[in-house]
Design a protein around this ligand. Structure first.
Ligand SMILES: CC(C)(COP(=O)(O)OP(=O)(O)OC[C@H]1O[C@@H](n2cnc3c(N)ncnc32)[C@H](O)[C@@H]1OP(=O)(O)O)[C@@H](O)C(=O)NCCC(=O)NCCS
Length: 219
């Protein structure tokens, strides 16, 4: 089913790698003609050419637009706890802006799935029935969120990671690329799961775990 754009115009926040990936998604969805341009602190001529969207200036230029007339797409990726991504989202929401929720046409989203505002589901990701993805969630390329998982706001499930059934994930968590989380596990707020980790025990909030089986990284 075609996705309907909920805004009359869009602005992309961020001009780096994730923004370029999103530009392709926007094109696939037929939404590119609604994009007014990109807000990013600085963009080289090469970056502007790669995005092929007008550069509107730094984030402060958002004040020139009205939340009634534009929606936002968060084009800033995250590695680790993703604080920058979260802060940008929150500050724009406080100013009344809404974010587009978008699904790549090749993503599979089952029935009875709830996606919060601004969720991005990238190519070939799968979200199974009964799952909930909170606001500003990023379910990256080929990631799998199995049935009945509950993801709080600002969670990034990186490319190829697998959350088995009924996993609970706290706000701001980063699940690293290719990680596997066993069914029913709870991951506390702000934790980071390293790339390729196999998580078989609950993860405390704010810690970094890695390896197989995953253990806490010593500081
Ligand atoms: C786990 C992680 C957060 C640790 O980052 P860091 O604190 O900067 O750690 P460092 O790179 O300094 O490595 C510290 C040690 O942990 C090891 N290590 C790092 N990441 C590891 C991982 N994912 N699995 C196993 N060991 C890892 C390093 O080899 C190093 O070991 P050493 O001290 O014996 O040399 C990071 O490596 C990671 O996996 N991030 C997720 C990446 C990701 O998902 N990318 C996709 C983005 S879309």
């Amino acid at each position: 089913m075609a996705q309907e754009l909920q805004f009359s115009a869009l602005i992309l926040l961020g001009g780096g790698g994730h923004a370029r990936v999103l530009r392709d998604v926007l094109e696939q969805l037929g939404w590119c003609s609604s994009v007014l341009g990109v807000l990013a602190p600085r963009m080289s001529a090469e970056e502007q050419a790669a995005l092929a969207l007008p550069w509107l200036g730094g984030d402060e230029r958002l004040a020139d637009f009205s939340p009634e007339s534009v929606g936002l797409v968060l084009g800033v990726g995250s590695v680790g706890s993703g604080g920058g991504r979260m802060a940008l989202y929150r500050s724009a929401r406080e100013r009344g802006f809404g974010f587009a929720t978008l699904r790549h046409p090749t993503a599979w989203i089952a029935s009875k799935v709830q996606l919060g505002m601004g969720v991005q589901v990238m190519a070939r990701a799968v979200i199974q029935t009964g799952a909930v993805v909170g606001e500003n969630g990023l379910i990256n390329t080929g990631a799998v969120v199995e049935h009945d998982c509950r993801l709080a706001d600002h969670v990034h499930v990186a490319s190829g990671a697998v959350l088995s059934g009924g996993v609970r994930v706290g706000p701001g968590v980063h699940v690293g690329a290719g990680a596997v989380v066993r069914q029913g596990i709870e991951i506390g707020a702000g934790a980071v799961v390293g790339a390729g980790a196999v998580v078989v025990r609950n993860v405390r909030q704010g810690v970094v775990v890695m390896g197989c089986p995953a253990g806490e990284k010593r500081r």
